[in-house]
Design a protein around this ligand. Structure first.
Ligand code: CMP
Length: 140
């Protein structure tokens, strides 16, 4: 896995609100290239697998229920320094703490319904991208 890729999901709140296009526009204008993308809906079980690292956290059950509550968009993105730059673009997990102009500041409703996910490391970007996409479903 190249270190210049990250993984994102546009979460149910943003998808339902019709903000996917505006969010993807911000992502592309920030210089990220879409390497793979699909609209899909997780089951609660699949959400649990995706977020297994948070299994012991008090918000885990709510997170799995929320992330399976409606459609999402999953995508692999490419750019130099992708993981770090994407986390800057989306802003803090809690939109109350997110910087002005970030995706979460603009679109997120709450710490749970926070519009987008972004991988927190190159290693997790590779794991999360592989969760959704085979090699045949990626550009390049
Ligand atoms: P995400 O970046 O997708 O990674 C894990 C998610 O758990 C996070 O975004 C939030 O949506 C959610 N999360 C993190 N902390 C909390 C919390 N304290 N309460 C509820 N949800 C949380």
């Amino acid at each position: 896995m190249a270190t210049n890729r990250t993984f994102t999901m546009i979460k149910p709140d943003a998808f339902e609100a019709g903000n996917s296009g505006a969010i993807l526009k911000m992502i592309e204008e920030a210089g990220f290239k879409i390497v793979a993308m699909k609209a899909t809906q997780l089951t609660s079980e699949l959400a649990g697998k995706f977020y297994a690292v948070h299994a012991e956290r008090p918000f885990y059950a709510d997170l799995c229920a929320y992330m399976s509550s409606g459609p999402i968009i999953a995508a692999i993105l490419e750019k130099d320094n992708a993981v770090e730059d994407f986390r800057k673009l989306i802003g803090a997990t809690n939109p109350a703490d997110a910087a002005e102009g970030t995706i979460r500041k603009i679109f997120a409703k709450s710490i749970e319904a926070n519009a987008v996910h972004g991988s927190d490391s190159d290693e997790n970007a590779a794991i999360e991208g592989a969760f959704y996409f085979s090699e045949f479903e990626r550009v390049g």
